[in-house]
Design a protein around this ligand. Structure first.
Ligand code: B12
Length: 220
């Protein structure tokens, strides 16, 4: 009985996180994220089944013309503020690090929420992640990968026009004969087929799967 009550309370908090993003309510997002942590809700669960669900609602509303870019931006700020609350609870539990990942959003593309979610999840899974931010050129990815001794480069692309940035990273790695470094790609317009075509090592559609995929890559 008690467990049932806890599950209901957890569902209510997940629904509130979703609502906070859908209504671009930063205060509600931050307060609910703190409440979720206090209640002992798994931060992965809170991000995937709360915040990310809210962003799906925002995507639908945007696609249907019910909201416009300023609202989408405000929703993404609410999402980022809540992720910042969860991040310390995710990170640093599994030292020493399992590997080094350099991550960023490709050149010409300023979408970063998905990349931020992936970064938070990977840190939580025990990877040292260097987040280069958005609008990152292939040269910047390679420079950082060399400097940080990366095992993996992860790159996000959200637009059909910027997907090519992922291919340019592979070309650059091949040019510099850095075959040791693996690649993993994601983002709304990225597909398994595309990653196969450009010779990438892995495609990941969802943040929840990314750590397992990289674990596998590093075993190969
Ligand atoms: C939020 C958003 C914005 C925000 C971004 C804020 C920010 N700080 O990131 C703002 C308002 C700034 C914005 C701007 C623009 N946007 Co916009 N935006 C979106 C929207 C609604 C949601 C994206 C999102 O954050 N989703 C939530 C996250 C959690 O999901 P995700 O990104 O898919 O990430 C998950 C997976 O894909 C994967 N993943 C993602 N990255 C990576 C990386 C790695 C390494 C791995 C392993 C996995 C992985 O894991 C993540 C977690 O599960 C999408 C719609 C959509 N359906 O995607 C449009 C969309 C991406 N935008 C679009 C466009 C066109 C633009 C603008 C050009 C609009 C304009 N006219 O000005 C500008 C872009 C300017 C630029 N140069 O980049 C189009 C792209 C169309 C296309 N096919 O090219 C979309 C698809 C909307 C649409 N239907 O038209 N946008």
């Amino acid at each position: 009985m008690m467990l049932g009550v806890e599950r209901t309370q957890e569902n209510e908090v997940l629904a509130l996180l979703k609502k906070a993003v859908e209504t671009w309510n930063k205060g509600l997002a931050v307060d609910t994220a703190k409440k979720a942590l206090d209640m002992g809700i798994d931060p992965y669960e809170a991000i995937e089944n709360g915040l990310c669900q809210g962003m799906t609602g925002i995507s639908d509303a945007f696609n249907e013309g019910r909201i416009y870019l300023p609202q989408v931006l405000a929703a993404s700020e609410a999402m980022d503020s809540a992720i910042a609350i969860f991040e310390p609870a995710l990170a640093g539990k599994f030292l020493p690090y399992k590997g080094v990942v350099v991550i960023g959003t490709v050149q010409g593309d300023i979408h970063e929420i998905g990349k931020n979610v992936v970064t938070a999840f990977l840190r939580g899974a025990g990877y040292a992640v260097f987040d280069l931010g958005k609008d990152i050129s292939p040269e910047e990815f390679l420079l950082a990968a060399r400097e940080k001794g990366a095992d993996v480069i992860g790159a996000s692309a959200l637009m059909t026009t910027t997907l090519v940035g992922q291919r340019r990273i592979i070309e650059q790695l091949n040019e510099e004969k850095l075959f040791r470094i693996k690649t993993i790609f994601g983002g709304a317009c990225c597909t398994h087929r595309w990653v196969k075509d450009i010779g990438g090592d892995a495609y990941c559609a969802c943040g929840a799967e990314v750590a397992n995929k990289i674990d596998q890559l590093l075993l190969e």
